[in-house]
Structure formats: structure tokens, C-alpha cells
Design a protein around this ligand. Structure first.
Ligand SMILES: NC(=O)C1=CN([C@@H]2O[C@H](COP(=O)(O)OP(=O)(O)OC[C@H]3O[C@@H](n4cnc5c(N)ncnc54)[C@H](O)[C@@H]3O)[C@@H](O)[C@H]2O)C=CC1
Ligand SMILES: O=C(CO)COP(=O)(O)O
Length: 350
């Protein structure tokens, strides 16, 4: 199938989650000529999308493809979907899935675009989905540098679709790719999920670095060392180093740390400038997944990684969590990292 042609067989896609990324993934599907339903949380939002083709709250200036039909009725949205796309923030996912699972047929494949770790269970999206919707269902995970706004504007974007079922990953890549949206495939679900979770925490640190007024040397050092922590964690969990070096790992870290659109980077920038967590949260309407994921990551590392002084193996991840918990200021975090005991640069040992 040519990248831009619609599938030669009948397919219906339902996207769960009418935030920025749900809108973007629905746009990708609709542009391929696929009948696309967006499950949103209220009738007002559905009505706005169906009549004006705009979301009243997210990316208000973007005109969505008319082929997207929105509804707040989960039964209508989910019962006849060929594929379901999940784009609900990680911390809300379990409760959301519990509320809609009765309408999802047993074998319908689910593609997740959410990135992060659940604070209560320390599980990734693969764990949450399997525990909520069943272990035997086919699952896939889309990740990589893919800001929702740029996708909606039709700017060239490359992502990876990972699944234990490589045929499913290939089918989804074929289905969603077009001239401006290119999907690569992978079997390394764990590697892709680790990259998506860790890069948001590195982006918080990158934002702080900028907010503190540091320069290019500091930013480059931070992002490189952050990618090293991602690689070290990936190796512990059996991820492939090439996945960490790929689109969902280093690629998305670059995009999120250096891109002006990142909510995580902006959140970190405001912390670096001296605003409090409460002030930032009170004035944010969008999710910065890295905030909860940073705390979950440190707890996961303490549970799963062996050895003494894990904070010296993962100083950026531990430092960001300590700042978010109010135990350090961003400047104290910086001083702590600059005064760490001398060590080898090599990240290959665990
Ligand atoms: N925005 C982006 O450019 C990208 C986002 N992602 C990921 O996609 C996932 C979704 O993020 P966004 O769409 O950006 O979020 P968003 O901040 O744009 O929207 C928040 C979403 O959460 C829903 N929500 C809020 N409170 C809720 C609750 N209590 N229960 C259930 N749902 C609730 C809202 O209805 C909305 O759909 C995240 O994991 C994010 O990391 C991935 C790639 C790009
Ligand atoms: O994951 C993203 C881009 O790939 C979006 O990052 P932010 O959530 O920081 O905006």
C-alpha cells in the first residue's frame, strides 16, 4: 500500500481521549480516509468538533478533518471499532479504562500513545492496559518525537510503533503512515515505553537548566547524561540499546528538551525561574506527564535496581524527583550534580 493511500479494506478507528494527542492521532487516521470516531468526555466538546471541527479547549485554532466524528457515548464509539487508540494521560488511564471496558470487544487491538509510569502501581501503559483490558488482547505502542500541534499542521513526523506482535505493528504502521507521518516498527515494547517515560523527566530538567539561565554547555551535558540514565535503566529492564538510541528514546528526548512546544520543558523552566509547583499546576490546563512519572521512576528504580547509592547511578532522575517533592531547589540540584564523586563516563555497566 502506498503511504498516502487509504486501506483497501474496511477499517474504523476510535480514539479514546480528546486532549492534544487524541486530536492529533484522530487527524492522522482521518487524513488517511479512515472513518474515525473520537471519544470525548462531554456532549459540548463532541458538538463543537462535529459542527465547527474545532476543540473548544485544546489547539482551538486547528481545524480538524470533517471525517472525525466525536461522541461522549462509549458504547457508540467503541463497539464497532476495528482498532482502538488510547490517548488518555497515564495517571487517569486505569479509571478511564475501567469505565469503558465493557464496550470493547475481546480481540480488538489497542494502540497506546500515552507516555509515563503510573504512580500507584509503578506500571507502564502495557501493564495498565493488560490489567484493565485483558492480557490476550493485541497491543501496540506509538512513541517518538511527535508534538500534537505539528502533526495536526501536517509537518513531517517520524514515530515508532512497537508490539510483541510484529504483524500488528506493521498493519498499524501501514494504516497510519502518509507523506507527512512516517511510522517505523519495533518489537521492543519495553524499550519504547522506557524512552517515553524517561524523556519527559529529562525535559523537566532541561527546562530547569534554561530557567536557571545556564548555557549550551550545561544543556548538552545534561541531555547527554540524561540519555545515559535512560540507557542504564533500559538495560536493567531488558530493553535494546538501539531502541534507546532511536526515535522513542534519544529522538524524543531531543524533541522534548529542545522543542518550544513541550509542556514538560515549560514546567521545568518555570520551576527554574522560581515558581512553586502549586503556582505552576494552578495555571496549567495541560498535562506534564513527567511530574508524576519522575516520582514513580525513582520508586521503580529503588524496587528493581540492585546496588548501593542508586542516586549516583541516576542522579538526574533522582534530582528531578527531589526537586518536585520540595526537598531541593533547582539550583541545589545543579550543585549536587556538579559535585558528584568522580566516575567513569561509561554507561554500559548497570
Ligand atoms: N500532546 C502531545 O504533543 C503528545 C502527548 N503524548 C502523550 O499523550 C497522552 C495524552 O496527553 P495529551 O493529549 O497531550 O493531554 P492533554 O493535556 O492535551 O489533555 C488531557 C486529556 O486528559 C483528559 N482528562 C483530564 N482529566 C481526566 C480525568 N480525570 N479522567 C480521564 N481523562 C481526563 C482530558 O479530557 C484530555 O483528553 C500523554 O501520555 C502524553 O504524554 C504523546 C505524544 C505527544
Ligand atoms: O511527547 C511529546 C512529544 O513527543 C510531548 O511532550 P510534552 O508532553 O512535554 O509536550
Amino acid at each position: 500500500m502506498k503511504a498516502s493511500s487509504p486501506p483497501p479494506y474496511p477499517v474504523r478507528i476510535t480514539v479514546m481521549g480528546g486532549g492534544n494527542f487524541g486530536l492529533a492521532l484522530a487527524t492522522v487516521a482521518a487524513r488517511k480516509g479512515i472513518p474515525t470516531t473520537l471519544l470525548v468526555r462531554s456532549d459540548d466538546i463532541a458538538q463543537s468538533i462535529n459542527t465547527n471541527h474545532t476543540h473548544p479547549r485544546y489547539m482551538k485554532d486547528i481545524v480538524l478533518p470533517a471525517r472525525i466524528r466525536a461522541t461522549s457515548d462509549p458504547e457508540k464509539a467503541l463497539s464497532d471499532a476495528t482498532y482502538i487508540v488510547h490517548a488518555v494521560p497515564v495517571q487517569y488511564s486505569r479509571a478511564f479504562l475501567d469505565s469503558v471496558k465493557e464496550f470493547i470487544a475481546p480481540n480488538t487491538p489497542v494502540l497506546s500513545g500515552s507516555k509515563g509510569i503510573e504512580t500507584s502501581s509503578l506500571g507502564f501503559m502495557a501493564d495498565i492496559l493488560k490489567e484493565s483490558l485483558g492480557r490476550d488482547r493485541p497491543y501496540a505502542f506509538l512513541s517518538g518525537p511527535s508534538f500534537a500541534r505539528e502533526i495536526c499542521e501536517g509537518v513531517a513526523t517520524a514515530v515508532v510503533v512497537a508490539s510483541e506482535d510484529l504483524m500488528l505493528a506493521r498493519d498499524l504502521a501501514d494504516l497510519l503512515s502518509d507523506d507527512n507521518f512516517r511510522c517505523f516498527t519495533s518489537r521492543d515494547v519495553m524499550g519504547v515505553e522506557i524512552g517515553g517515560a524517561v524523556k519527559n523527566v529529562i525535559a523537566l530538567a532541561a527546562g530547569m537548566c534554561e530557567g536557571l539561565g545556564l548555557g549550551t554547555n550545561a544543556m548538552s551535558g545534561l541531555v547527554t547524561r540524561g540519555c545515559g540514565e535512560m540507557r542504564r535503566l533500559g538495560l536493567t529492564f531488558g530493553a535494546r540499546p538501539s531502541t534507546i538510541a532511536g526515535l522513542s528514546g534519544v529522538g524524543d528526548t531531543f524533541g522534548t528538551c529542545f522543542g518550544p512546544l513541550s509542556r514538560n520543558r515549560k514546567f521545568g523552566y518555570r520551576l527554574g525561574k522560581g515558581e512553586t509547583m502549586e503556582e505552576i499546576k494552578a495555571s496549567s490546563t495541560e498535562v506534564a506527564e513527567g511530574v508524576d512519572t519522575a516520582i514513580a521512576l525513582v520508586n521503580l528504580i529503588k524496587t528493581e535496581c540492585k546496588g548501593y547509592r542508586l542516586d549516583l547511578k541516576f542522579p538526574i532522575l533522582f534530582g528531578v524527583a527531589a526537586i518536585l517533592e520540595g526537598n531541593l531547589t533547582p539550583r541545589e540540584g545543579l550543585i549536587g550534580i556538579m559535585n558528584m564523586p568522580f566516575q567513569m563516563e561509561n554507561f554500559d555497566e548497570r
